[in-house]
Design a protein around this ligand. Structure first.
Ligand code: UTP
Length: 405
């Protein structure tokens, strides 16, 4: 079936609406893109969401008190693992950062006030602290997307990876999914280009394995654990020896850094068990009863939120790489070409994107350690331009921790 017939069958003929305005070469590029687009994502729009009827129960977190008491013991185990080269880093940085509203990769955002302090710089500096302590570089994998790969690489090369040895760094590109309007019609971002966006942060390990160079380093370095983290938390510790040690010592398959919720209704995913398996429940799915439930000591039962900093046993990642993850439909602002052929940059969310989420991987682990970190010391995410989780709030937190910006 040729591409025109395929589009007709899919009810997506609008994608060739401007073909008369395109040069021969532009049209051929568009046709090639159309051939590679995975339209099966759209099937998700017609699926009726099945309610999750699994029983939810609490999971115990390792609190600061216990961590402080056992800190030296954990640190020794963690440093031993780091010194043996058992730990690698995996930064997921393929997102579009639409809430921040910058057209550049989030990591290149400068949050300095009197000097340059880039988001990537904060992460590399934190990694280098551990390198100094354990005396060796950790393999550092960075997931980008076709939207930001070139710029991310050029920026980090120009900045000399902020002092990190580039022989230990490997980039790999994640997959894309089409963007659709609220009527299920795939959008055009240019007259000759379909709007697509990175398909979420859940497929990171599979994408890593597909990249020859990244896979080679993963294999040759023999890492046993991968610390997976997001780009936007400028205070997070990566390769943290105490966290690594606590996860290994307790023989967990996954460690998850968590924060104590500020209030029962805080908008963070809460770590719990569902149907007996570790799981993260979205704040919207937490009922009033669950949000406020307490144990005999008066401690809230669902009180620890994940901050997207995990330590994964590599064997588990290999084992689950082909598992089917749920596909999430999210609503975002997507620039598009309207019927008149004009580019529209919407002020409000106008489209659906399809994403696999990293958080869903937790369910495949037989055991997870929720490891409490102090919010003010280790959680300064930059999601929005202003207000909550913004550049300003992160700057304040960095300054509170003694950073000069
Ligand atoms: P977010 O959920 O904050 O998404 O990503 P985002 O796309 O960066 O930002 P918004 O929602 O459009 O404002 C959390 C982490 O997952 C990465 C991001 O780069 C960030 O580190 N991510 C997200 C990916 O690597 N790929 C994706 O497809 C989505």
């Amino acid at each position: 079936m040729n591409i025109r017939e395929k589009l007709k069958e899919l009810g997506q003929e609008q994608l060739l609406k401007f073909e008369k305005d395109l040069t021969k070469e532009e049209l051929s590029i568009l046709e090639k893109q159309l051939e590679t687009i995975d339209f099966s994502y759209l099937d998700e729009l017609n699926k009726k969401a099945e309610p999750d009827i699994r029983e939810v129960s609490p999971i115990k977190a390792m609190t600061r008190k216990e961590i402080e008491e056992r800190k030296l013991e954990f640190k020794k185990v963690g440093l031993d693992a780091l010194r043996k080269g058992d730990v690698g880093l995996l930064l997921v940085a393929g997102g579009m950062g639409t809430r921040l509203g910058s057209d550049h990769p989030k990591g290149v955002y400068n949050i300095g006030k009197t000097k340059d302090v880039f988001i990537f710089q904060r992460l590399f500096e934190n990694a280098l602290e551990v390198v100094k302590e354990c005396g060796r570089m950790m393999p550092f994998f960075i997931m980008t997307s076709e939207k930001n790969d070139e710029e991310t690489k050029a920026f980090l090369e120009e900045k000399n990876y902020f002092g990190y040895d580039k022989n230990y760094i490997r980039f790999f590109v994640q997959e894309m999914a089409p963007c659709v309007d609220f009527n299920g019609k795939v959008l055009l971002e240019e007259k000759g280009r379909v709007a697509s966006s990175p398909n979420g942060n859940g497929g990171m390990f599979k994408s890593l394995l597909k990249n020859k160079e990244a896979y080679k380093l993963l294999q040759s370095s023999g890492v046993k654990w991968l610390n997976i983290f997001a780009v936007d938390n400028v205070l997070q510790k990566v390769g943290d020896p105490v966290f690594v040690g606590a996860t290994i010592k307790g023989q967990y398959q996954v460690g998850a850094k968590v924060i104590r919720k500020a209030n029962p209704y805080e908008k963070v995913g809460v770590i719990c068990k569902r149907g007996g398996s570790p799981s993260v429940i979205e704040y919207v799915d937490l009922t009033e009863d669950m949000a406020t439930a307490v144990d005999e000591q008066g401690e809230r039962l669902y009180n620890f939120g994940v901050i997207f900093n995990y330590l994964y046993d590599i064997d588990l990642l290999y084992k689950i790489k082909d598992e089917k993850l749920p596909l999430h439909i999210v609503t975002k602002k997507v620039s598009f070409v309207n019927d008149e052929g004009e580019l529209v940059k919407p002020q409000e969310p106008n489209a659906h994107k399809f994403e696999y989420l990293n958080v869903d991987l937790v369910e495949f682990a037989s055991s997870v350690l929720p490891f409490e970190v102090i919010r003010e010391e280790e959680f300064a995410p930059i999601k929005n331009k202003e207000g909550v989780d913004s550049v300003e709030s992160a700057q304040k937190l960095l300054e509170l921790n003694g950073y000069i910006l």
